[in-house]
Design a protein around this ligand. Structure first.
Ligand code: 5GP
Ligand code: MN
Length: 326
């Protein structure tokens, strides 16, 4: 049988599908960030306003700094056993449904909606609403909220603004466009609490996190004539400072910010797994480099899981980056 290549759905087609269904599961990716959570919560809150039943699936716990989000307390890895057969599973901010984690029960393609902004999304859903030019999955969701003509209240607006502020690094990354700022202003007028997002997501730090940052900075190494900076964090460093994996989320940007650095990598060897975060100032495509090792993401921000030891991971990532012109 020849499978037709899935095409992208329009906002109106997705809105029709959302109106037809009665029960939804909003699915966030493992190690959830402000985009996957904020986008799912925003659409979930909106669908509840339309009288729909909404569940939120997240394999990993909501990080401390995102627990202020409306409905974040409802995100769970346990789904009710008596879910309707035609429940629509909506995947947010992931190129591949497998990023939801192995605890998600099997879902038929017929019941999958894929909402994303990543390059190279696998278009795995029955409907795929992927806008690569949008700065966040939450701003992709905005197109659907408008097509649904659902009122955008302050809680929904806060969720969407969180997706924008996290994926643009507080409006600093190059994916921040004039439209991004227009939309953010509109969200503030609708009641989005920018000050709370700034405080919760960006400003408040645990002392343990700051001590861990010190260790990671101490371990920085520079290669490729100073254009590549990398460092690592392991379980021993976490134990020494009392920090945990959540405390290293934005540390890779500190590495990227060092004078002369074009590409940064942070290797996180935590609980038997090696996760690598890659960031680029824009010359080297770190999405392509990550893809060489089974990961993915965006041109300037990508990630991967490395299967092997830390000592093997350093040269493997260096080689992948070199192949992309580092
Ligand atoms: P982070 O370094 O913050 O974990 O990830 C940066 C970006 O790369 C995010 O947009 C994220 O979605 C993407 N990314 C991280 N890890 C993976 C991965 O293992 N596979 C894919 N396809 N994308 C990833
Ligand atoms: Mn995103």
């Amino acid at each position: 049988m020849i499978e037709s290549t899935p095409r992208l759905a329009t906002a109106d087609e997705v809105a029709d599908e959302l109106r037809r269904r009665s029960t939804f599961v909003m699915v966030s990716h493992m190690k959830p960030d402000g985009d996957t959570l904020g986008a799912g919560l925003a659409l979930g809150l909106a669908l509840k306003r339309l009288g729909k039943r909404v569940h939120y699936f997240g394999q990993d716990a909501v990080p401390r700094n995102l627990r202020f989000l409306p409905d974040a307390n409802l995100v769970t890895r346990e789904l009710p056993a008596d879910l309707a057969d035609d429940a629509l599973y909506v995947f947010f901010d992931m190129s591949d449904w497998r990023r939801a984690g192995e605890l998600l029960p099997p879902v038929q393609r017929e019941n999958m909606l894929d909402i994303d902004h990543h390059l190279g999304n696998k278009l795995f859903g029955k409907l795929n609403f992927v806008l690569e030019d949008e700065c966040s999955t939450g701003s992709v969701v905005m197109h659907l909220l408008r097509a649904l003509r659902v009122p955008i209240d302050a809680r929904i607006a806060t969720c969407v603004l969180t997706t924008i502020m996290t994926d643009t690094g507080g409006f600093m990354h190059s994916n921040t466009t004039a439209q991004t700022l227009d939309l953010s202003a509109e969200l503030m007028r609708l009641g989005a609490d920018k000050d709370e997002i700034t405080e919760e997501v960006f400003l408040r730090k645990r002392v343990a996190a700051t001590k861990l940052l010190g260790l990671i900075i101490d371990a920085m190494r520079f290669e490729h004539g100073g254009r590549y900076c990398y460092s690592y964090v392991n379980d021993a460093m976490l134990a020494r400072t009392g920090a945990d994996g959540e405390d290293v989320e934005d540390v890779v940007n500190v590495l990227l910010g060092q004078d002369g650095v074009e590409v940064a990598a942070l290797f996180k060897a935590i609980e038997g797994e090696i996760r690598v975060s890659l960031r680029s100032t824009g010359r080297v495509n770190v999405q392509a480099a990550a893809q060489r090792l089974g990961g993915g993401g965006h041109f300037r921000a990508s990630g991967l899981t490395f299967y092997g030891s830390l000592e093997e991971a350093f040269p493997a990532v260096d080689a992948a980056l070199s192949s992309e012109g580092l």
